[in-house]
Design a binder for this molecule. Structure first.
Ligand code: GLU
Length: 420
């Protein structure tokens, strides 16, 4: 994270600042702004869990439904020590614009539990998940609000939520969550969908800028599900992934890292550090590396006013949600760096979540290639639509994406009118 001595802005502050920029550029009516800006519904819960040592620990949990204007609320659940209500509100807001940018019939939501899953046993995680699922039960459902994985949650956690929900209903409800195991109604291609979508949008940006992917130097900050899979696809298509990091450290090799081996190394040792054929570097050095494509794929605020000026990439593809602050955005834009904003770049995950939900509702499952083809079409069409707005209105890619998402939500809200 960049160290900044400016007043600390929260993730929700950034979300609202970016909303205002796009709403101004759209000359959006004040009444509509007031109707679509804030979360529709917020639930805060306390989750007592019996730990393996016999003690009872209480965890704070949240579920925020930002919008249901275009369809059921949709968005992941994050397990992380840094989870706060402010962060979940920001993430839920971004989900609303994200689903609208890729034009899938969902609103936006997000959940989170403040916990450190890396320090918990599987049994403790299952107890926490089932307690959280039952606490948010009144809000969720296939027609109301559909959770999915996010940072440090996975298909097993989705399976426990699906089971907890289904037990209270008395019948199996696979469509209540997405990102499930295939055996429970998950979709082929969902696990790698975020990374694959990042890859498609980076290819579109590279094509626009006439940068060949073959030989392009790529830096990946965050080697989790999204970052490692995007890196793998880049590597498979002859790009050179020269640096990667995770919460334990960074590795660098200017000739390129063997991403297949790096993924295996992380699976075996728990991190990228100590990878043969690499040298350790600091996070500050990682952001400042000479490269063509930088993929921030970890948490919010990685690039801010203090370190954006050091970025030398030609393309920044936001695999994470909110990794660049508004101050960081302004500097990247001034320096001519092409940004693919999160609500476009990482929308592949929720797009295949939509495909999963459709398959669950129809009880009819698709082949992997079908999922990839449809995903590629959605990502490339959305990229082209956002780029057109950028060029027509002379705004940043972030503002262009927000304009597209916000205008679609505004249109649905106008058509529905004001209840009562
Ligand atoms: N957590 C992912 C995101 O931030 C996926 C959400 C979903 O599939 O509902 O977009």
């Amino acid at each position: 994270m960049g160290v900044s001595n400016q007043t600390v802005k929260t993730a929700y502050d950034s979300a609202m600042e970016n909303f205002n920029l796009a709403a101004d550029a759209l000359q959006l009516d004040e009444n509509i702004r007031n109707m679509i800006r804030s979360p529709e519904r917020i639930l805060e819960v306390s989750l007592p869990v019996r730990m393996d040592n016999g003690h009872i620990q209480s965890f704070a949990g949240y579920r925020v439904q930002h919008s249901t204007a275009r369809g059921p609320a949709k968005g992941g659940i994050r397990y992380h020590p840094g989870v706060t209500l402010d962060e979940v509100k920001a993430l839920a807001t971004w989900m609303t614009w994200k689903c609208a940018v890729v034009n899938i019939p969902f609103g936006g939501g997000k959940g989170g539990v403040t916990c450190n899953p890396k320090a918990m046993s599987q049994v403790e995680l299952e107890r926490l998940t089932r307690r959280y699922a039952s606490a948010i039960l009144p809000l969720i459902g296939p027609e109301k609000d559909i959770p999915a994985p996010d940072v440090y949650t996975n298909s097993q956690i989705m399976a426990w939520i699906m089971d907890t929900y289904s037990m209270t209903k008395g019948y199996p409800v696979s469509g209540v969550v997405t990102g499930k195991p295939i055996a429970l109604g998950g979709s082929l291609g969902r696990n790698e969908a975020t990374g694959r979508g990042v890859y498609y949008t980076v290819c579109s940006a590279a094509e626009h800028l006439h940068i060949p992917i073959a030989g392009a130097r790529v830096v990946v900050q965050g080697f989790g599900n999204a970052g490692s899979i995007a890196a793998h696809l880049m590597h498979d298509n002859k790009a050179r992934v020269i640096a990667a990091n995770d919460s334990r450290g960074c590795v660098h090799n200017s000739k390129g890292l063997d991403v297949t081996k790096l993924i295996a190394h992380k699976e075996k040792t728990g991190g990228v550090v100590g990878f043969p054929d690499s040298e350790p570097i600091s996070p500050a050095e990682l952001f400042a590396l000479e490269c063509d494509i930088l993929i921030p794929a970890a948490l919010e605020n990685a690039i801010d006013g203090s370190n954006a000026g050091k970025v030398k990439a030609k393309i920044v593809g936001e695999a994470a949600n909110g990794p660049v602050t508004p101050e960081g955005d302004a500097i990247l834009e001034k320096n001519g760096i092409f940004l693919i904003p999160d609500i476009l770049c990482n929308a592949g995950g929720v797009t295949v979540s939509y495909f999963e939900w459709v398959q669950d509702e129809q009880h009819l499952f698709w082949e992997a290639q079908d999922v990839y083809n449809r995903l590629e079409r959605v990502m490339k069409t959305s990229f082209a639509e956002v780029l057109k707005i950028r060029l027509d209105h002379k705004v940043s890619m972030r503002t262009a994406a927000n304009m597209l998402g916000i205008s679609r939500v505004a249109e649905a809200t106008t058509l529905r009118g004001l209840y009562p």
